[in-house]
Ligand binder design. Structure first.
Ligand code: DC
Length: 233
C-alpha cells in the first residue's frame, strides 16, 4: 500500500492531551508514512533549558541565554520498538520529556519566537518530500499551510486531563488529578494566547471532538478522511 499511496502532508493540530498523537501515529503506521510529534521538539528544548539552569524554580525562562544556546541544541528522531524516540544531542530523552516537570515548563519555552522559528525550519525540512503525518499546535496554520489534509482535535479539558492522568498513573508517575488538570488548563491558556503562532484551527481544517470515540473509532475516522483526500488526487 505504502508505495502506491499518493504523497501528501497530514497536519493534526489540537489541544494538549486531545489524543492527536495517538491517532497521528496510528494513521502513519497504517499508510506507511513518517510520523513526527512536533511537541516532542519543544519538550526537548525545554529539557535542555532545565538541565542548563535556564529555567528558575518559579518557571521563569532566561530567554537570552536559551536563544544563544539554540545552535548547540540538536534534535533528532530514532525509531524504537514502541515508535518514535526523541534524541537531544544524540541522547534518547523520550522518557524524560514526558515527565510532569517538563510539561510544566514547556509552554513558556514554546512561546519564544526564536525557538519556534528554529523548530519550524526543522519541521518543514522533515516534510519536504511529503509522506508525513505531523501533529502539534501550528502545523496546519504555520508549518504546512498547504497540507492536503488538516485536522483539529478537541475535547473538554476535564476529559483530556483524565486521559493524561491515567497515562501518567500507568507509567508510575506520582501526580494528583488536580495537578494534571491545572497543567492542561494553563497550557491551553498559554498556547491560545501567545503572540507567536497561537493555537487555533486553520480555516480549512476538519474539526474533531473525540470525547465519545474509542481509539478504534477515531483511527477509522481519520483513515476515512485520508482515503477521501487521496481519492481526489
Ligand atoms: O503536544 P505536547 O503537549 O507534547 O506539546 C508540548 C508543548 O509544546 C505544548 O504546551 C504546546 C507546544 N507546542 C507548540 O507550541 N507547537 C507545536 N507545534 C507543538 C507543541
Amino acid at each position: 500500500m505504502a508505495s502506491t499511496t499518493p504523497n501528501i502532508i497530514i497536519a493534526i493540530d489540537g489541544y494538549s492531551s486531545s489524543g492527536k498523537s495517538t491517532m497521528a501515529r496510528a494513521l502513519a503506521k497504517s499508510i506507511g508514512y513518517r510520523y513526527i510529534d512536533s511537541g516532542a521538539m519543544y519538550r526537548a528544548v525545554t529539557l535542555y533549558a532545565m538541565r542548563h539552569g535556564m529555567i528558575s524554580d518559579s518557571g521563569v525562562v532566561d530567554i537570552d541565554k536559551l536563544v544563544s544556546a539554540l545552535p548547540d541544541i540538536e534534535i533528532d528522531f530514532a525509531v524504537g520498538h514502541e515508535g518514535q524516540h526523541t534524541l537531544l544531542n544524540g541522547e534518547d530523552v523520550e522518557k524524560q520529556i514526558r515527565q510532569m516537570d517538563v510539561s510544566s515548563n514547556v509552554s513558556p519555552v514554546a512561546a519564544i519566537p526564536q525557538v519556534r522559528r528554529a523548530l519550524v525550519a526543522i519541521q518543514q525540512a522533515l516534510g519536504k518530500d511529503k509522506r508525513i503525518v505531523m501533529d502539534g499546535r501550528d502545523i496546519g496554520t504555520v508549518v504546512f499551510p498547504d497540507a492536503e489534509l488538516k485536522i483539529f482535535v478537541d475535547a473538554p479539558a476535564r476529559t483530556r486531563a483524565e486521559r493524561r492522568y491515567n497515562e501518567l498513573l500507568q507509567k508510575g508517575e506520582p501526580v494528583s488529578f488536580e495537578e494534571v488538570l491545572d497543567n492542561v488548563v494553563s497550557r491551553d491558556h498559554i498556547d491560545e494566547t501567545r503572540k507567536e503562532s497561537p493555537l487555533r484551527r486553520a480555516d480549512d481544517a476538519i474539526a474533531l471532538d473525540n470525547s465519545d470515540m474509542s481509539l478504534q473509532q477515531q483511527n477509522d475516522w481519520l483513515l476515512s478522511r485520508f482515503n477521501e483526500v487521496v481519492s481526489t488526487i
